[in-house]
Design a binder for this molecule. Structure first.
Ligand code: BGC
Length: 580
């Protein structure tokens, strides 16, 4: 075992007063993603931290979410913003100390908020003790067998130097998926950055180590895990060449269930290359599930698995595997009624077939913020970042649609995710100068991919404070754009109709009516509009650029002021009291 187990770890799990009634809280929970480096900074170094989150817990409790998902805060050289972990059992000093985590967890539980944490099992950092030991050990040693070291490819008639990578795989961040550390003869596989070597999950030592890491955090009381790159752990035997698209995050056009050829035709890869979605991953999750089930309190796992179709994704949430999988087809749906109807129906039925809830997600730290994507000419496209030379989103239109989308997402049965700032309608930073960019994909593609920095900008808390109140001083690890001011929390708090107050109202109603545990009944599916009932609430969404007729009924919430009665404006949505 490696790392620094803390013997003072809180053995007893503090009680959570559950905000979600009934068993299996994760079935209907609204889970708020915190990207720690950009949420709130307590110590003024410009990087968010755990004490910063602690200080803002009342804000999160008041928002009305059920749980928080924290992106990585572990020890890390921060080559990929913490998704390169050098010690899975400790907090990076950037974010605080292990004791700060325990304090945060106890305080969150005290306020009825659960916490799930990010688990990064596909790869470690190159600064992890295991990788260092591997480089210090001879070829063929057990230390190397924890990773995927291979000899170089030898081309026929071209000597034996092995100067070519062992196969033709490409890194998700651009360039070859193989590198040689300085002075090394052998290559190591890295589906991401060269400094994120992939582990060999056929090695029992790797499996045992991660089960132990799970227990380390379960013992401290975490409510579950978001499993990074869940479809990537096992690679096809022999690591065969692959000529398909070199992507983890697939194309941008959702397709009908089972229509794989359409997915291909439309550019939506299905990620069945030899590095993705191999059968062997399921055995890993079954073992983890057994570990989680040893603990009281309904601990859960959610898979980050970019795969299609939904029926394939559903295999990750079979009764003895994970509880949830992120619904990325929903995140990528085009802004029209038919696309949403399809993806909603497909998701609910595919998940129901294995007894799992659907999940609804529109943004995260890897994708251009939803409010900005919805302001593009082709919303549903997944641009790999936006810079000043790219198409600039229509900010007002994007916000208008994002507010309407919130009424759709939060009315659906199942579990919903909110990415920090989404409740503010926060846009992407679309003009960040290149010199500030830190995403390894920007570097590895020589700027061809703009990267994900634009959705990771520190949050605006106070419109008139330095750094928009992100920390005690002006420092922010990425620059904030000027147009953040009207989105700041203090500009929206208590302001009727603000995007923040809209979210608070929707979350309150969702809880009161237990919409997450409800059932969807379609009433209208027209080219421009969708209408459905769920537990006493009638939801109408107008995707069109013109008004549509709206049924009568008491307005419970609306994304825009509704007048006159009987008409729903362009790109908007309403919740009415359902007559039934
Ligand atoms: C995470 C990314 C990260 C990658 C490698 C992803 O799926 O969400 O932020 O760069 O995994 O760990």
């Amino acid at each position: 075992m490696i790392g620094s187990p803390d013997v003072s770890a809180a053995a007893a799990r503090p009680a959570v007063a559950p905000r979600t009634a009934g068993a299996e809280w994760w079935r209907s929970a609204v889970i708020y993603q915190i990207y720690p480096r950009s949420f709130a900074d307590a110590d003024g170094d410009g990087v968010g931290d755990l004490p910063g989150i602690l200080a803002r817990l009342p804000y999160l409790a008041r928002l009305g979410v059920d749980a928080l998902w924290l992106s990585p805060f572990y020890r890390s050289p921060q080559v990929d913003a913490g998704y390169d972990v050098s010690n899975y059992r400790d907090v990076d000093p950037l974010f605080g100390r292990l004791a700060d985590f325990d304090t945060l967890l106890a305080a969150a539980h005290g306020q009825g908020l659960r916490i799930i944490i990010d688990l990064v099992p596909n790869h470690t950092s190159d600064e992890h003790a295991w990788f260092r030991a591997a480089l210090a050990s001879p070829e063929g040693s057990p230390e190397r067998a924890r990773y995927l070291f291979r000899d170089g490819h030898v081309e026929a008639g071209r000597g034996t130097a092995g100067e070519q990578p062992p196969n033709n795989w490409q890194s998700v961040f651009g360039g070859p998926a193989w590198s040689r550390a300085p002075g090394e003869r052998q290559w190591h596989l890295h589906l991401f950055d060269a400094r994120q070597p992939d582990l060999d999950w056929t090695n029992p030592e790797v499996r045992a180590e991660f089960e132990d890491v799970l227990r380390f955090w379960l013992d401290r009381g975490v409510d579950g895990f978001r499993v990074d790159v869940a479809h990537g752990l096992i690679k096809a035997a022999g690591l065969p060449d692959y000529d398909g698209p070199a992507v983890m995050i697939e194309g941008d056009v959702p397709h009908k269930e089972g229509d794989v050829s359409a997915a291909r035709r439309e550019g939506g890869a299905i990620n069945r290359g030899p590095m993705w979605d191999q059968e062997g991953v399921h055995e890993v999750y079954r073992a983890w599930r057994r570990v989680l089930d040893e603990y009281p309190g309904e601990r859960m796992m959610v898979a980050e698995a970019w795969i299609r179709p939904q029926s394939r994704l559903a295999r990750y949430v079979r009764p003895d595997e994970m509880q949830q999988a992120f619904n990325f087809d929903y995140l990528l749906a085009h802004w029209n009624a038919a696309a949403f109807r399809d993806v909603i129906d497909n998701s609910i039925s595919a998940m129901a077939a294995v007894g799992a809830p659907a999940s609804w997600v529109t943004s995260n730290h890897d994708t251009v913020r939803y409010a900005s994507r919805l302001g593009l000419v082709a919303p549903g496209r997944r641009p790999k970042g936006i810079d000043a030379d790219g198409e600039q989103p229509d900010e007002a239109l994007g916000l208008r649609r994002a507010r309407a989308a919130a009424l759709l997402t939060l009315a659906l049965p199942g579990s919903a995710y909110l990415y920090q700032g989404e409740e503010l309608g926060l846009p992407e930073h679309t003009t960040m100068p290149a010199e500030f960019r830190q995403d390894p994909s920007f570097r590895r593609t020589a700027g061809q991919e703009i990267g994900r920095d634009g959705c990771r900008v520190p949050l605006p808390w106070q419109a008139d404070a330095p750094g928009f109140g992100f920390g005690p001083g002006p420092a922010t690890w990425l620059p904030q754009p000027r147009n953040f001011a009207p989105y700041a929390v203090d500009r929206q708090e208590g302001v009727p109709g603000s995007t923040l107050e809209l979210h608070r109202a929707l979350l309150r109603l969702r809880r009161q009516h237990r919409l997450g545990a409800g059932e969807l009944h379609w009433l209208r599916c027209e080219p421009d509009t969708l209408m459905f009932d769920n537990r006493g609430i009638r939801v109408l969404i107008n995707f069109a650029p013109h008004p549509v007729a709206s049924p009568a009924g008491a307005v419970l919430a609306s994304s825009v002021p509704i007048e006159p009665a009987g008409s729903l404006p362009a790109d908007s949505a309403v919740w009415l009291a359902s007559p039934s």
